[in-house]
Ligand binder design. Structure first.
Ligand code: SF4
Length: 357
């Protein structure tokens, strides 16, 4: 079976569900990693991308309270917070001062019960006006759906208004795992996998590029992972709107889903199989915040070509026990990449190369 998979890849043929399941069940991680690394180099040469970015989570007050989420709080609960637009702008000014400049702000929020859609429009409008050169990657499909429901507007109208006010791309969060039975245990209040795909498809249709994610290592099976990957591949065939896929390694602390952290072997295997199955998505990101810096570095030799960025302040994964730092520096990212013998490529939100190191 393995030699058949090698043959398919060498002849430019697509892997199917059985191939993906076989690879997930294979113990020889080196063989899978080597295949994924070769495949990755065909797409991205020996470059490994990073970005100078800052994460901002404007509020953690959420009506959903997903069972796997340790970040959210109810209104009035201890630890809940709300950021004003001035505070967000101040955070960006500080980051620009410390880093020299920022290429991207990544904004993901909880579903606040009271904030109107106009608040989010004002937020990105103000950011774009003061920082026209910073790419705004903001609002998951879950948030977009919520804005539409709250404001009684069509999703297309929400997307167009966000775009007109400065939104550049949409992050891949909220996909979790598409299987409805698993999803109903993890996050019963959240939009379905079908709805997530529908909203992302609409975003691609109105010309907004997005990322995609998959939360793995909790209660899902390998079949669920493969099904998730194939649904993303199908949508990418149709729209071509995905820039990057980011497998998110489950962080279980302070959540209602009590399992162990995924193992390093599982993390690397998931990166590698994702690279091999998602042959039409250009970039696979090793999200160092959840993998840890050292495993993210290794993932660059197992099919990943991007290691995220400086981040500056990470709250979501660290609420759930992420063991990485909350921020890193350009120097550290370059060092991690260079040690893999890949070439560090600083990028913007759209993966245009800004500088090669
Ligand atoms: S995962 Fe998102 S939607 Fe779910 S509770 Fe956390 S912040 Fe709210």
């Amino acid at each position: 079976m393995f030699s058949e998979i090698e043959r398919k890849l060498s002849q430019g043929q697509r892997l199917n569900k059985e191939d993906a399941l076989y690879l997930f069940n294979l113990d020889d991680i080196h063989k899978i990693g080597k295949l994924a690394d070769e495949f990755c180099r065909k797409i991205n040469s020996n470059r490994a991308y990073f970005i100078i970015n800052r994460h901002i989570n404007p509020t953690n007050i959420c009506i959903n309270r997903c069972r796997f989420c340790a970040f959210s709080r109810s209104k009035g609960e201890e630890g809940s917070y709300e950021m004003t637009i001035d505070e967000i702008l101040a955070g960006l000014r500080e980051a620009c001062k410390n880093m020299g400049y920022l290429s991207e702000v990544h904004i993901v929020s909880a579903l606040h019960p009271d904030w109107p859609f106009e608040y989010y429009l004002e937020m990105i409008k103000n950011i774009k006006s003061e920082f026209p050169n910073i790419g705004i990657k903001a609002f998951t499909a879950v948030e977009i759906d919520y804005f539409a429901k709250k404001s009684n507007l069509r999703v297309e109208d929400i997307l167009n208004r966000l775009k007109e006010n400065g939104l550049d791309i949409i992050p891949g969060g909220g996909a979790e795992i598409f299987n409805s039975e698993v999803r109903n245990i993890l996050c019963p209040e959240k939009i379905s996998g079908e709805r997530w795909l529908e909203i992302i498809k609409l975003a691609h249709k109105v010309g907004i590029k997005t990322n995609a994610t998959m939360l793995y290592g909790h209660i899902e099976s390998y079949e669920d992972r493969v099904d998730h990957l194939l649904k993303l591949r199908d949508l990418q065939d149709e729209t071509g709107g995905f820039l990057a896929f980011i497998p998110l390694s489950y962080q279980p602390e302070n959540t209602d889903i009590k399992v162990s952290y995924p193992s390093g072997i599982d993390d690397l295997k998931t990166i590698a199989v994702s690279r091999l199955i998602l042959d039409n998505i250009p970039h696979i990101k090793a999200y160092w915040i959840m993998l840890g810096e050292k495993l993210a570095q290794l993932a660059l030799l197992f099919g990943a070509d991007c290691i995220e960025g400086t981040v500056i302040e990470e709250k979501i994964a660290h609420s759930a026990g992420a063991r990485s730092k909350i921020s890193t520096t350009v120097e550290e990212l370059i060092h991690l990449i260079k040690e893999t013998d890949k070439v560090p490529a600083e990028r913007d939100s759209f993966y245009n190369i800004l500088r090669i190191y």
